[in-house]
Each structure stands twice: as structure tokens, then as C-alpha cells.
Design a protein around this ligand. Structure first.
Ligand code: ATP
Ligand code: MG
Length: 430
């Protein structure tokens, strides 16, 4: 007898012998019959265990086994309109592999308890669906990069310089020195384009985000790319194609998971390049007209990004931010030197930023002036500045937060549910 996964049990197997392995999702007994619902990695299936149809000791274990006990069942597949999914397995054998103690998670639980019991809560159907959607979008991204001749590279995680805001650096003891956990692989990716042309990496990034927001983690998975001979226009085209390819894979692989998460796959299928481009300046006008107290130089936070995207069903690029809002490595916009040639990609439906990208500055004098002005030690950046000294090339790149895009696609209320073990100010356990 072949082991079957719940999802594969369909009409053509009706009347056939099947073997199920899984965990008890629900169970109740009444008289001489046990109704068990068995969960495996693909879904749930109803199993009926009738006294007399299985050996007596099997029936006794079926009565005794509580939810989350792991079980192995042989039986015959039958159609049954009352069962979830329309089928059930009528057991001939019912074996318990591991009996579960009374499971500590019952129907209504506080968020805190579910975070304390994360190692058990990740068995939930929602969390299982999120994990699969995440795997699908990563698959879609890797496939897109491969088809477009990008090389996957492995930058370091332990670093000495800060590409982003130095106030969010995690410091570590590194032998007898101090080092930092990477916030972004960007500088290292930039160094690799001189030999590999177009590169990408998928790594954890670390940010000591002190404010508790529903869209910041202290550790997240960062998909970053960098390409030589690329301006910010082409950089945005890469982003819109890549995002569409990631969504396509989620829709192809996970239609049922998306529905379980209350995301209609059709809304994702409609998302096609090109996405709108809106200048930062236009964004300010738009927000002012809607009564928000913003002006040139205001940063776009969650509130502003929600306002900009709540009536959209496609992502939108906000381009050319004022320099004071963005890091020094971005390229000055010759058409408006107050701004950079950069873009943030905002997901629709009120969600907000999922990607930050820019063309990179190639003028060392400009970067040095900025670093000196900020009192940074040039020694730390010497290697980075070298990249502009030996065959400098126009180039661009971006970083996409994997948990951000998952939170959006899966319609989650909080980014912590986009990862099995969220790391936040308040939590490193389990
Ligand atoms: P935000 O303004 O939302 O803090 P950022 O400008 O700091 O974002 P970047 O430095 O451009 O973000 O990082 C690239 C991408 O990484 C962001 O677009 C976002 O998707 C993701 N990201 C940034 N910080 C976090 C975080 N703390 N947790 C999860 N994802 C993040
Ligand atoms: Mg940030």
C-alpha cells in the first residue's frame, strides 16, 4: 500500500486502499465509532474508525488518542458529502506513533500565548499556508533571476560598516574587536558586479528596530540584487517583473493556501507590469490634498504609505526622494539635485513599502564629502570607495523584504506571522 497525502485523495482512489500518516486535528467518539480528522502537510481528511472494522486494540487507541497525536492509518477511501472535502477514509488499521499530551493551544488564545508556544502554533493551518506561500515566492524569484542571467552570491553576514542607519546596528563581540550583523548585503553585491555583472543574494538582515511596528522585524530575509550598466529606470523594470514572477508562482503553487488566508488569487493575477511611477513631490501634493500634515522633506511612514496606496490594486513606485531622507550611496538626480535617482516600491491595498532601490553614486568626491560631514571614519569605507577607483561603472540595485511581501500577499495583520520564529524587541524565544 502506498502512502497518500490528503490532497491527493480524490475520486479516482475511491474504493482503493490508502495509507495516511499525520496528526489528529479533531477527534470525537460516539458509541462504536470514532470520527477523526487527520492533518498532514497537504491538508485535512476525515477518518472513521468503527469498532469491529479494526482490531480491538486499534479501536481503543483511536478512542484514547487526543489531538496532535501522530497516527498511521490504513483504510479505504470513500465519498462522503458530510466530510470536509467530500471524502473520508474508513479505517482498517489505526496506529498511534506518538501519543500527544493534552495540547496547550485551544481555540481562542492570546497573541502572547501563541508567541510563547510558537514551536507548537506553527502547526496551525494558517502558519502552514504562509510557509508554503513564502516558499513559492522564493521559488518564483530564483527562477526569474536564473532566466535573466543573474548569479546568486553569498555575501558575509558579519561586517564592519553600516550601509543603512547606524542606530539600528546590532553589535557583536568579534574575537577581540567589535563587529556588526549585516543590515544589507548591498556594498558586497556592488563589489561583485565587476566580475559577475548581475548578482543577487538572499540573506538574513538584522536591524535593531526599537519602535514596535507591525512591519518591522529585528531579523528578516532580504532579497537583494545589483547590476552593472543599469540605470534606475531599468532597475524599476527589474523590480516590477520580479514581483510579478513571485506572485505568479504563489498563485500557481498555492491557490488553496491563498484562499485559506482569505486572499483571492485573482487579485494577484491581475498585477502586471508596468506599475505607476509617482514622484515624491507628487506624493506630497496628493497627501496634502487629503489633509495630511506633510511637506517637502517629510518621510513616508506607515500612515502616509497607507494613504498613497489604499485605493490602489497595483503596486506603485515613489521616485526621487529628497536626499536628506535616504543614504549617501544613492546617485544624485541631475534633473533635480535636491533628490536622488531612487525609488521605493509600495504594495497596494494600503500596505506600503516592500522594496527600496536606487542607482548608485559613482562620484567618490561626493560620497567622501558626505561621510566627512557626518564624522564617519573614511578608513571603514576605504574598500567601498575603491570600487569607484578601479573601473567604475554605472550601476543600480534594490532590496526586497521577503516577510514584507508575504505579509501583504497573505493579508496578515502583523509581519511576525510571516516568519516561523519572529525576532522583535520583545522576543527571542523560542
Ligand atoms: P522602512 O522605511 O520601512 O523601515 P527601510 O527604508 O529601512 O524600510 P531599506 O533599508 O530600503 O528599508 O530595506 C529594503 C527592504 O527591506 C525594505 O523595502 C523592506 O521591504 C525590508 N525591510 C527593511 N527593514 C525591515 C525590517 N525591520 N523588517 C522587515 N523588513 C524590513
Ligand atoms: Mg527602516
Amino acid at each position: 500500500m502506498r502512502r497518500a497525502y490528503n490532497r491527493h485523495l480524490s475520486k479516482d482512489l475511491v474504493g482503493k486502499q490508502v495509507q495516511l500518516r499525520g496528526w489528529l486535528y479533531r477527534t470525537r467518539s460516539s458509541g462504536g465509532i470514532v470520527f477523526a480528522v487527520v492533518r498532514d502537510s497537504t491538508g485535512i481528511m476525515q477518518v472513521t474508525v468503527k469498532k469491529g472494522s479494526v482490531p480491538d486494540e486499534d479501536f481503543d487507541s483511536a478512542v484514547k488518542a487526543g489531538i496532535e497525536s501522530s497516527v498511521e492509518i490504513d483504510g479505504e477511501l470513500a465519498e462522503d458529502k458530510r466530510a470536509p472535502g467530500g471524502f473520508e477514509v474508513r479505517a482498517k488499521r489505526f496506529q498511534v506513533a506518538g501519543l500527544s499530551e493534552p495540547f496547550p493551544i485551544t481555540e481562542y488564545q492570546s497573541t502572547e500565548l501563541l508567541l510563547d508556544l510558537r514551536h507548537l502554533w506553527i502547526r496551525s493551518r494558517e502558519q502552514t499556508a504562509v510557509s508554503k506561500v513564502k516558499a513559492a515566492i522564493l521559488m518564483g524569484a530564483r527562477k526569474w533571476f536564473e532566466e535573466n542571467d543573474y548569479i546568486e552570491v553569498t555575501p558575509p553576514i558579519i561586517t564592519a560598516v553600516a550601509p543603512e542607519d547606524s542606530t539600528t546596528l546590532f553589535q557583536i563581540k568579534y574575537f577581540d574587536r567589535i563587529a556588526y550583523l549585516s543590515q544589507s548585503a548591498q556594498f558586497y553585491l556592488e563589489s561583485l558586479i565587476f566580475s559577475l555583472d548581475k548578482v543577487y543574494s538572499l540573506t538574513p538582515s538584522f536591524r535593531a528596530e526599537k519602535s514596535r511596528t507591525p512591519r518591522h522585524l529585528a531579523e528578516y530575509w532580504h532579497l537583494e540584487m545589483e547590476a552593472a550598466w543599469m540605470d534606475n529606470e531599468e532597475n524599476m523594470r527589474v523590480q516590477e517583473e520580479l514581483v510579478a514572477a513571485m506572485l505568479d508562482k504563489a498563485v500557481e503553487k498555492c491557490p488553496d493556501e491563498l484562499k485559506l488566508l482569505k486572499r483571492d488569487p485573482a487579485t494577484l493575477k491581475r498585477i502586471r507590469p508596468p506599475f505607476d511611477r509617482m514622484k515624491y513631490e507628487e506624493a506630497m501634493d496628493y497627501l496634502q490634498k487629503r489633509g495630511l500634515d506633510v511637506s517637502w522633506g517629510s518621510d513616508l511612514g506607515a500612515i502616509e504609505e497607507r494613504e498613497l496606496t489604499k485605493d490602489r490594486d497595483m503596486p506603485v513606485f515613489v521616485v526621487n526622494y529628497p536626499k536628506e531622507l535616504k543614504p549617501f550611496y544613492m546617485k544624485e538626480n541631475p534633473e533635480d539635485p535636491r533628490t536622488y535617482k531612487n525609488s521605493d516600491l509600495l504594495a497596494p491595498e494600503g500596505f506600503g513599502e516592500i522594496i527600496g532601490g536606487s542607482e548608485r553614486e559613482t562620484d567618490n568626491a561626493r560620497m567622501i564629502a558626505w561621510l566627512e560631514d557626518k564624522g564617519e571614519s573614511l578608513d571603514n569605507y576605504k574598500w567601498y570607495l575603491d570600487l569607484r577607483r578601479y573601473g567604475s561603472v554605472p550601476h543600480s540595485g534594490f532590496g526586497l523584504g521577503i516577510e514584507r511581501i508575504v505579509t501583504w500577499i497573505c493579508k496578515l495583520d502583523h509581519i511576525r506571522d510571516a516568519t516561523p520564529y519572529p525576532r522583535t524587541v520583545a522576543r527571542v524565544y523560542p
